[in-house]
Design a protein around this ligand. Structure first.
Ligand SMILES: Cc1ncc(COP(=O)(O)O)c(C=O)c1O
Length: 377
């Protein structure tokens, strides 16, 4: 993997944002979900052609963008055409557009916790109610409490789903998906499935909501090349639905709030990633998997980890240390000097969890793992 050694002083949120986030600037940044890896050369070459023209006028989004998405999605058995796709300036923007288009103020929207913080804020800022179905641990695996899910979903308008799941790294299997979605269908609940981490899955196949024809009338799938190809700052994402009526409603919201402005470089980067990025992604996923195995083998044994099945994030429990959340936070920042995401941002029951991003070089990862051992001193 080519590692970007020069990320410091490039306005990198992960590296240069550390001072703002942790009030300390000598931490090893292992927080925000992006990778330290350089993008593939195929992206550089295609973007350079655009830069060389030095001409940034208004652009049209041509069919190549849509066909690259259709081609990419077919690897997940998603069979769609341009008519099933809307684009937007980010997955969180898409999420908000779907909430606005397909629910009303004071409606209940269910999420499975712990989860990526904007799942909470997107619902509450739009004056809908957050209903939580906590994921539970059984036999060393994150699983769904289906009884709780059914009891709660029947009073909800929408299920805001995350698969692969951030932060646990859970990749839902077919049986779980069929069961969850059948319950949604029974109560006529719309499913919005955020699948932005679908490119990084280990030893398993990602199963997309959009591939399950049985649920197409209630299904909206969100995706983007940002996580798989490290393109977050390009602000490009897309929404897939086969329900023409829902599509119209979402498009109206995207237009109304200008949530569908995307940069031409981002459109090109998406096309390049999806048409040429297969080998790069395979190589990256292999490296990430080895990083996860390396972490599990070498990290302090008191830290409890359920091995992620996807994503480059490790959700770590520090409950064996007998520290409070505040004490842990203080030790991690001031003694270990490692910048991790705090569990509390992902759910109130996660105060003894922290999230580690392993998308970095093995050397940096090893340094982070060694620094974490300072917790015992
Ligand atoms: C599950 C999930 N959804 C959405 C996003 C953010 O997507 P965007 O930057 O396109 O809004 C992230 C970023 O980490 C994420 O983990």
């Amino acid at each position: 993997m080519k590692i970007s050694q020069e990320l410091k002083n490039t306005n990198s949120l992960k590296y240069d944002g550390i001072k703002d986030k942790f009030k300390s600037d000598d931490l090893l940044p292992m927080w925000v979900a992006d990778m330290d890896f350089k993008c593939g050369d195929f992206i550089y070459e295609d973007l350079r052609k655009m830069i060389d023209r030095n001409h940034y006028s208004y652009k049209i989004i041509d069919d190549e963008f849509y066909s690259s998405i259709c081609k990419w999605q077919s690897r997940y058995d998603v069979h769609i055409t341009k008519e099933n796709i809307l684009y937007s300036s980010g997955v969180v923007s898409s999420m908000k557009a779907c909430i606005l288009a397909c629910s009303d103020e004071n409606d209940n929207i269910l999420i499975q916790t712990p989860v990526y913080p904007p799942f909470y804020s997107s619902i509450s800022v739009l004056n809908r109610n957050v209903i939580k179905n906590p994921l539970i641990i059984e036999n060393d695996e994150w699983v769904v409490d289906f009884i709780d899910f059914e009891n709660k979903i029947k009073k909800c308008k929408m299920f805001l789903f995350c698969n692969p799941q951030n932060p646990t790294g859970k990749v839902f299997n077919k049986e779980e998906l069929e069961k969850l979605f059948s319950i949604c269908k029974k109560y006529n609940v719309i499913i919005v499935s955020d699948e932005v981490h679908s490119g990084i899955v280990y030893d398993k196949k990602h199963l997309s909501l959009a591939s399950l024809e049985n649920f197409k009338d209630i299904a909206i799938t969100l995706n983007a090349p940002s996580k798989s190809f490290n393109l977050a700052s390009f602000s490009v994402s897309y929404i897939i639905t086969k329900n023409i009526n829902m599509k119209k409603r979402i498009r109206r919201i995207l237009n109304k709030y200008d949530l569908n402005t995307v940069h031409s470089l981002g459109i090109q980067a998406t096309i390049s990633a999806y048409n040429k990025g297969d080998d790069w992604l395979k190589e990256t996923t292999t490296y990430l998997k080895e990083n996860i195995d390396f972490t599990i083998s070498n990290i302090d044994k008191k830290i409890k980890i359920i091995k992620p099945q996807g994503t480059y994030l490790i959700w770590m429990s520090f409950e064996n240390y007998n520290y409070t959340h505040k004490e842990l936070e203080d030790i991690l920042i001031n003694k270990c000097k490692v910048g991790l995401n705090s569990g509390l941002d992902f759910g109130e029951n996660s105060s003894l969890f922290f999230r580690l991003n392993v998308a970095t070089s093995r050397d940096i990862l090893e340094e982070g793992i060694n620094r974490l051992k300072m917790i015992n001193l």
